[in-house]
Design a protein around this ligand. Structure first.
Ligand SMILES: Cc1ncc(COP(=O)(O)O)c(C=O)c1O
Length: 372
């Protein structure tokens, strides 16, 4: 029986999440989860450790096929294995893509956004242009008019960066939105580099549409098992680029990057091939955690949470409190969410819900004391 509600204490294991704050602060930053990995992944890693030699290894022979089958099953997407370029991490793939496709100039980047995005343009001798989000019925999505304005700017660098499902807003982009973005990209000849690390953590009954499926000509989708199966320390991403010319530029830009480690290959291939039961149990736990969070926010006057369709990150709008020191006050009161400022939105807080029920309940109790 899988149980995600057990209290886990990761102190002493060099966890970035658990060492960010003092011991008495409940840690809710950094997007990894407090649960142990799926048993088949643990067994596969243990078997490899028992071999005892860690020289230069090939990836498992079926590694790309396993990923391709995952794309077929999960996204109804037929991926040709030759389109797939493995990279040791999603952020390195984002940066390599920016280096590969940038002509120098302006790059559209959603705002708010995961903090690696605004740094990526530097590597392509370019400048980030934040694209504001618009909130429709509590769902935070992109302002497509601003997005297109950046693409058609004569000083545009030739690519845009996207994140779907969106961290930190929690939106899963609809097919009509993605089709609109694809049409703009075709008109303005803009490569769409889409970070889809959260694609397998959709909480609502919604479908993930990879950008490279929606736009095989301009789309570059970066996918990974690392968030979903809690193996982020074993970095491996799959960059899917159907357009051969773009793929070749990307592969050039990757030269000199480290290859994914053999342990990463084992964890990821086992996750995709044997991790579905575990993923379903996890999604059920995360939906319960989302409900706890939503109920708590609904009880706090002036606060609101954007509609959390995907990811396990609750994005809470606290601007009406008008408290510049809110994040510091939270930490002083014993709870440590992420401050919204590094995501481009001061006045917001981001809560990582991938913890035990007990920890979240206690954190929300402390939060209500801070904001009441
Ligand atoms: C949107 C997004 N991209 C990338 C990453 C990190 O990816 P990696 O650890 O594979 O570089 C994260 C981690 O939270 C993320 O949320």
């Amino acid at each position: 029986m899988l149980d995600f509600s057990k209290v886990s204490d990761r102190r002493g294991w060099r966890s970035k999440k658990w060492s960010r704050f003092n011991e008495d602060v409940l840690p809710l930053p950094v997007a990894d989860m407090d649960c142990a990995i799926a048993e088949p992944i643990e067994a596969a890693l243990a078997a490899r450790v028992a071999h005892g030699i860690f020289g230069y290894d090939h990836p498992p022979a079926d590694a790309i096929d396993v990923f391709v089958q995952h794309c077929q099953r999960q996204y109804d997407w037929t991926v040709d294995p030759s389109w797939v370029v493995p990279v040791a991490g999603v952020v390195p793939a984002q940066f390599a893509a920016t280096r590969a496709f940038s002509k120098g100039g302006k790059i559209a980047i959603p705002n708010p956004i995961y903090h690696s995005f605004p740094r990526a343009p530097d590597i392509g001798r370019a400048k980030a242009v934040p694209i504001p989000s618009v909130t429709e019925e509590g769902r935070e999505t992109l302002d497509l008019t601003a997005f297109e304005a950046c693409m058609q700017d004569p000083d545009n660098a030739g690519l845009s960066l996207l994140c779907n499902p969106h961290n930190p807003g929690g939106a899963v982009y609809r097919l009509d939105e993605l089709n609109q973005i694809a049409a703009m990209a075709a008109t303005h000849e803009n490569v769409l580099v889409s970070d889809e690390i959260w694609a397998d953590l959709i909480l609502d009954d919604l479908t993930h549409y990879p950008m490279a499926k929606v736009s095989p000509e301009w789309g570059v989708s970066i996918l990974a098992a690392t968030k979903t199966w809690n193996i982020a320390g074993l970095a491996l991403a799959f960059t899917v680029i159907p357009n051969a010319e773009l793929r070749s530029k990307f592969e050039q830009a990757l030269m000199g990057y480290p290859e994914p480690s053999y342990m990463a290959w084992i964890a990821t291939t086992t996750a995709y091939s044997e991790g579905e039961v575990w993923r379903q149990a996890l999604l059920s736990h995360l939906r319960d955690q989302r409900q706890l969070m939503q109920d708590a926010i609904d009880r706090l006057p002036g606060l609101s949470m954007t509609r959390l369709q995907g990811t396990y990150l609750a994005w809470v709008d606290c601007r009406s409190l008008n408290r510049a020191g809110l994040h510091a006050d939270c930490v002083a009161a014993g709870l440590g969410p992420d401050d919204g400022a590094p995501y481009g939105k001061p006045g917001f807080l981001r809560f990582n819900l991938a913890c035990s029920r007990e920890l979240l309940l206690e954190a929300l109790e402390r939060f209500s004391q801070v904001v009441r």
